[in-house]
Design a protein around this ligand. Structure first.
Ligand code: GCV
Length: 692
């Protein structure tokens, strides 16, 4: 009996301290005595302001985090005394917040967080806590922060049945069946995590939208979630199906110019706002991948988007209309969005923003920037990134995505001469934007660690940080995240940060180096299937459409002599991409069909360099295992082993990709694989037949 009791107590203790990753980066670990003593000297009292649910959250969050980190429960005081943390509502601060250390002879030191409203005070509070988690100096603060984009939004591709399209971390967080009667504590945890990185909007459902999401029944459920999120500054948005008037409303048509249809949407908007007064707006995927849209009725994207915009306008809602369109008949899918949307520039209603994926195809490990950035100058544009790793090894693989996001944000469009980077084309700097926004397709699910792979949390984190400040470097963000999530030990941080920094390029190398794209298994997008060619399937879903391997060479000719997609970019980019000599080598096969024996900058042939890149990818994955194995000493066993086992899978997959692609392309190049270190471990027959 005694033994059983001991066992139960032991199990409870383990569970209590289970390092399952559920606390994300908000861990507030106990700091060293020296550092916590310093913090206790600087802050001994909190002077809260108490006028809203959010200000209560601020006080609670700060007190409990401070206690966790220093062991001290702070006093609350209405009067401003010395060594006090003070909050101030200052309407003169237009956006964001400031954090200042103030030294006063009479009342001593105080730290002042000021902002125009409680939500920005909350962001300021999380900022201060972040500094403390990172053991920063808080004795001399002079911080002014303004968000780069007004709307920083997660897109959930969550379905009504609890599944998630391209979700790799369990089922949806939203329990539609239990709502509105029963909500889940995780809704609050989700909102808190987002608020801590400045995310202020969320689209709850899949862009492949079920019309039921805007039925009365589901609006009541959504309103419950919105009520929970509101105090954390998160607005709720919904994806809508363009056929809702007919499918949900029973009308004979969903034609955007039809009077009844227009009335239906206006009534629907009124109903939505009666349940959710601060509803953010609609996200729309129309005439894309089989979804209905205005073109079904001979109308344009403008007709469709403006119809919804007018319905939402009286309530301040917006329409995020996606430019992700492509057609089976198109000879170059990369060109279609530009061709369809450019003629419509300037014709959208002022509360419409066009949501554009970072690249012209579909969230590939590397793409050039989407040519619409900088080109549509009279219409607000927002970038859509994918946080979930649909094309980067799901959450089985470690791929830190800040380098990908930064690459796009800092890519020069040359729209207004040199320096017209994508970030400046979308944040209102170069073109007047009535709305500024940015979106990321979420990688969260109901797994205990939220994102499947512990390191995938960093992708959620870095999206939020870059949405707030697109000037941050990937390295800076990785540093923050590692310190908060794992450890402040330099001996841990430095090698792991290097691993993170190299991880995206490693995936590019073993999956699709030199600008190759879309060689994925058609059904699930996990492994390689460069050989796939299903006669009846859409050609633009087949890898051969993208790699164009033949006896001459490899790659898609998008030059003036080919599809001429290069002409969609501003000069000099159009010429840089057009000329094989100037085209960046990491995009070479995106823009050119390159002969196998073409000599590249290092003097080697395309074939030799291709082989080298695949092998580099494999070697990088192996190196990550070695780096990680040395971290056991610094972190908990549970997360250490979890990541360790994922890295094993990653190396296995890197080898799979290398062998599949090289063995297949070798049937065209007819040249030996030059790397000495290792031969392919699979045969093509094996790979082709079993398809894993
Ligand atoms: C939600 C890709 C994905 C689809 C996704 C689509 C989109 O094609 O594979 O799952 O659909 O992009 O962004 O709409």
């Amino acid at each position: 009996m005694k033994n059983i009791l001991l066992f139960i107590l032991f199990s409870l203790a383990i569970n209590l301290f289970a390092e399952d990753g559920s606390r994300l980066w908000l861990r507030y670990e106990l700091l060293s005595e020296q550092i916590s003593e310093n913090y206790k000297q600087i802050i001994s009292t909190v002077c809260p302001i108490t006028y809203s649910e959010t200000t209560k959250i601020i006080t609670r969050e700060f007190l409990s985090a401070f206690e966790d980190m220093t062991g001290k429960r702070l006093n609350l005081s209405k009067k401003r005394t010395g060594n006090c943390l003070v909050f101030l509502i200052d309407k003169k601060i237009e956006k964001g917040y400031s954090i200042q250390t103030q030294k006063d002879n009479k009342s001593g030191i105080s730290i002042l967080i000021a902002a125009a409203d409680d939500i920005n005070l909350l962001y300021g509070t999380f900022h201060l806590l972040r500094l403390m988690q990172m053991q920063g100096n808080i004795s001399d603060l002079n911080i002014v922060e303004k968000p780069a984009y007004d709307r920083r939004i997660l897109n959930h591709w969550d379905n009504i049945d609890g599944t998630i399209e391209r979700g790799y971390a369990g089922r949806s967080l939203w329990n539609w069946e239990d709502l509105p009667e029963k909500s889940d504590p995780r809704y609050t945890e989700y909102a808190r995590a987002n608020a801590s990185i400045g995310i202020n909007g969320t689209v709850l459902n899949n862009v492949n939208a079920n019309p039921k999401f805007i039925s009365r029944e589901y609006l009541i459920k959504t309103a419950e979630i919105a009520n929970i999120f509101r105090k954390w500054g998160i607005r709720v948005y919904l994806s809508v199906n363009f056929s809702s008037p007919s499918e949900l409303g029973g009308l004979p048509t969903s034609d955007p110019l039809n009077k009844e249809v227009r009335r239906w949407w206006k009534e629907k908007a009124k109903e939505i706002y009666s349940f959710i007064p601060d509803f953010g707006g609609f996200l729309v995927k129309a005439n894309s991948e089989g979804l209905p849209g205005p073109q079904d009725f001979g109308r344009t994207h403008v007709d469709g988007a403006n119809l919804l915009a007018e319905a939402l306008e009286p309530y301040g809602g917006i329409v995020m209309w996606r430019a992700f369109v492509y057609d089976a008949k198109s000879t170059d899918r990369a060109k279609q969005a530009y061709d369809e949307f450019m003629p419509l520039d300037g014709r959208f209603h002022k509360n419409v923003i066009i949501q554009v994926k970072n690249g012209p195809i579909d969230f590939q490990p590397r793409e050039p920037l989407h040519p619409l950035f900088g080109a549509m100058q009279k219409t607000p544009l927002m970038i859509e990134f994918q946080i979930t790793q649909e094309y980067l090894g799901f959450s089985k693989q470690l791929a830190y995505l800040a380098p990908l996001y930064v690459e796009c944000l800092q890519s020069d469009t040359y729209a207004k001469g040199k320096g017209s980077v994508t970030a400046k084309c979308t944040d209102g700097t170069l073109f007047p934007q009535t709305i500024t926004a940015i979106a990321g397709v979420a990688n969260t699910g109901n797994d205990s660690n939220w994102t499947g792979h512990h390191f995938a949390q960093a992708n959620w984190y870095c999206f939020g940080r870059l949405a707030w400040n697109h000037e941050l470097t990937s390295e800076h963000i990785a540093d923050e995240w590692l310190r908060m999530t794992f450890s402040n030990e330099t001996a841990f941080i430095e090698p792991v940060k290097r691993m993170m920094a190299e991880s995206r390029e490693a995936v590019v190398n073993y999956m699709m180096p030199l600008g190759l794209a879309h060689l994925f298994a058609w059904e699930h997008h996990y492994g390689p299937e460069p050989w796939l060619n299903i006669p009846d399937a859409r050609p633009d879903w087949m890898p051969s459409y993208y790699h164009k391997a033949d006896a001459i060479g490899l790659g898609f000719d998008r030059t003036h002599a080919g599809s001429n997609a290069v002409s969609q970019y501003f000069p000099p980019l159009s010429t840089i991409y057009d000329q094989i000599e100037t085209c960046p080598e990491n995009l070479l096969l995106w823009f050119h069909h390159v002969p196998w024996n073409y000599r590249m900058q290092n003097g080697n042939t395309l074939w030799e360099n291709l082989c080298r890149k695949y092998q580099d990818g494999v070697e990088a994955a192996r190196e990550f295992q070695k780096i990680w194995d040395k971290t056991a000493f610094f972190i908990d066993k549970e997360r250490f082993e979890h990541v360790q086992s994922k890295l094993k899978v990653q190396t296995r997959d890197a080898i799979w990709w290398r062998d599949a692609c090289l063995l297949y392309f070798q049937t065209f190049s007819r040249q030996p694989i030059p790397y000495e270190q290792e031969r392919p471990v699979h045969t093509l027959e094996e790979l082709n037949v079993s398809k894993f």
